[in-house]
Ligand binder design. Structure first.
Ligand code: F6R
Length: 233
């Protein structure tokens, strides 16, 4: 893993944006994207740039079960607001949280990932080491699947909802196997709450108990962390 230490989320987002820009200059055209607070600064740099993404494809990591794209808490809505409404892509994929048949939706999403191999995957990390919504204990072989979110994740995400009961308890997520097939991975983490997970991911053993530790087995991972997220290294 190539670990880059930055001052703050702004510098981290700028660094990630520069890696995306270099990737595009070298032919990358399909991006695995994440929601959450972590990549927001990177999206701002993308929006502020003069870059054109209209021939690029994005494949998002995850979506809450039960929310459609017009719901302000949905990840589709987040992506539209933070990136796609400002910088249109040729095609943007997000799992359909309102699908009637969730198993069929997982298969459909795996077919999308297979047809659009990811050049650069952007990741945040959960306090419990999740990537996407692959919670501790998820098989490294998992493809797209439905997850029951852990209490830790529901609590971490409640800041976006009026009350904790409103946070969906299930999500659809790209699996670890698919994340690992991305050619390049950028993982960002900012803030002390991520320090323990970052330590485990970088220095700990590779274990399904800390999903992000699987990234030690990928040969092109850039980790961008601020001082607080790096504080336990
Ligand atoms: C979001 C996602 C999650 C987040 C993680 C960190 O699409 O897949 O794994 O990256 O929960 O969230 P933030 O960035 O809000 O701390």
């Amino acid at each position: 893993m190539d670990v880059i230490r930055v001052k703050n989320a702004d510098e981290g987002g700028k660094k990630a944006f520069e890696i995306i820009k270099d990737g595009i200059a070298n032919g990358a055209d399909t991006f695995g994207l994440a929601t959450g607070s972590t990549p927001e600064t990177m999206y701002s740099y993308m929006i502020e740039s003069d870059m054109d993404f209209s021939d690029k494809v994005s494949v998002n990591l995850d979506e809450y079960v039960g929310l459609d794209g017009n719901n302000e808490q949905s990840y589709r809505y987040f992506m539209d607001q933070h990136l796609f409404n400002h910088k249109p892509f040729e095609k943007t994929y997000v799992p359909n949280g309102k699908a009637q048949d969730l198993d069929a939706e997982c298969q459909r999403y795996d077919d999308i990932i297979a047809a659009n191999p990811i050049d650069i995957q952007v990741l945040g990390i959960g306090q419990n080491g999740h990537i996407g919504f692959n919670e501790p204990g998820t098989s490294f072989e998992a493809t797209t699947h439905v997850v029951e979110l852990t209490e830790s994740t529901v609590n971490a995400n409640k800041r976006y909802f009026d009350k904790v009961e409103d946070v969906p308890t299930r999500a659809l997520t790209m699996g670890i196997q698919s994340i690992m097939k991305s050619k390049k991975i950028i993982l960002m983490a900012f803030g002390e709450a991520k320090a323990e997970a970052i330590k485990g991911m970088i220095d700990g053993k590779v274990t399904e108990d800390l999903p992000a530790s699987v990234l030690q087995k990928h040969d092109d991972v850039v980790v961008i962390i601020d001082k607080d997220a790096a504080s336990k290294l």
